[in-house]
Write a protein that binds this ligand. Structure first.
Ligand code: SF4
Length: 400
């Protein structure tokens, strides 16, 4: 049985193919690269974890001691990350800038929350495994930064070191902490009456807090339960040989994806140009791509021009009461048909039924049927021999 994490399901949500490569095929990503942002986030989390672990045994370190602890962790983590090669820096920020940010976060946090009295800490950096369904078939795991007890309320605390303030209703955070709330309910449910989530935006000295209600818990349980069912269904079909069941989904994170070089959407970028022989003689693939896109562009421009010409010619032949027009080398024959449009579908349907001809005008829309299959609303296997599967390709051109 697989145990799922929030980040794992986020990968699936972002791109099913990436999920396949990472969690089904288990293709190793290239060596993990650390970054100043990661080191900053980790060092701040660790320093706050140490602070609360001390408070939990009734020792309150000074603000200076907590900052010094952060500096020590930062220095050690930085040394470890830069053992082999220097870190990639973003923009004009220096390592000193990152370190100063971390020190400032700790100082502001400390001064806001001191003297840390009457606080009951249930856990810090708490790894939980819990169930997303009653049968215990859908397992989930996650790490909570800190759980506090405030009267009859348990509070899930999560520290954020982002330099950009996300919108207040950032869905991802709400869903993640609500899921962890489910784990806290399962582990400590009888010890509290209310459950809250609290985000600490350390860069802005801001806190965002909300109650994790039963309604929210039901909603995430259902949403993520369905997502896990979908993944397990896809895994089953993949193991049965359906290699297309996890489709690639182009998204804004593709450029950071470790699997670009094997992803069908991007792998060709790394190919050498190849020569192929066909009806058009010997051509290179890159040349053919450019030619195809050029033709597609000309075709769509020609279609637009054809429509404009049609409008002028129809206007002309209507004014002159003509049905044929002659050019120097070609002629056009014109005919007019009356097209019906439907204004009241239900009444029309009833009238056609009355006339006993409804079946003559009803046609099953193949595209709508295809969409129902694609959206998983119909299992094509249940339609038996009433349908036949044929694959076709569409080529859409655009600029590189
Ligand atoms: S490159 Fe993009 S589309 Fe391909 S697997 Fe990665 S995220 Fe998915």
């Amino acid at each position: 049985m697989s145990v799922y994490s929030f980040s794992q399901l986020q990968v699936f949500h972002q791109c099913a193919r990436k999920y396949q490569y990472k969690y089904v095929d288990k293709i190793k990503e290239t060596e993990f690269e650390s970054s100043p942002d990661l080191i900053l986030g980790h060092s701040v989390h660790k320093a706050l974890e140490n602070l609360y672990n001390q408070i939990n045994v009734f020792i309150t370190p000074t603000s200076e001691a907590v900052v010094a602890d952060f500096q020590k962790i930062w220095t050690e983590e930085l040394a470890e990350a830069t053992k082999e090669k220097p870190l990639q820096m973003k923009g004009n920020n220096t390592l000193e800038d990152y370190q100063r940010r971390g020190e400032q976060y700790i100082k502001s946090y400390y001064s806001k929350h001191q003297p840390f009295q009457n606080i009951k800490i249930i856990a810090t950096e708490n790894m939980m495994t819990f169930d997303l369904d009653e049968k215990g078939e859908k397992k989930f795991r996650g790490v909570v930064d800190r759980i506090d007890k405030e009267g009859d309320t348990f509070v899930i605390n999560d520290y954020k070191t982002n330099k950009n303030l996300p919108p207040e209703d950032k869905q991802e955070y709400i869903e993640q902490l609500t899921l962890y709330g489910l784990g806290i309910h399962q582990n400590y449910g009888k010890y509290f009456k209310h459950l809250k989530a609290r985000l600490h935006y350390l860069h802005f000295d801001l806190e965002d807090e909300w109650e994790i209600t039963q309604e929210r818990l039901d909603w995430v349980t259902q949403k993520y339960g369905q997502m896990i069912s979908e993944i397990e269904d896809k895994r089953f079909h993949y193991n049965m040989g359906d290699s297309k069941v996890f489709p690639p989904q182009e998204n804004s994170y593709c450029k950071y994806c470790e699997y670009m070089s094997i992803c069908p959407l991007w792998a060709h970028l790394k190919f050498d140009d190849e020569v192929v022989a066909g009806e058009l003689g010997e051509k290179t693939i890159k040349g053919l791509v450019d030619e195809y896109v050029q033709f597609a562009k000309q075709e769509s421009e020609a279609k637009g021009q054809k429509e404009s010409l049609k409008e002028i010619l129809v206007d002309y032949l209507e004014k002159k009461w003509l049905l044929k027009l002659f050019g120097n080398t070609a002629k056009i024959s014109a005919s007019q048909t009356e097209n019906l449009s439907i204004k009241d579908k239900d009444t029309l349907f009833a009238k056609l039924q009355e006339l006993g001809i409804v079946n003559d005008v009803l046609e099953i829309d193949r595209f709508k049927l295809q969409k129902l299959v694609k959206d998983g609303k119909i299992d094509p296997n249940k339609l038996g021999s009433t349908i036949e599967k044929k694959s076709s390709w569409t080529l859409r051109g655009s600029k590189n």
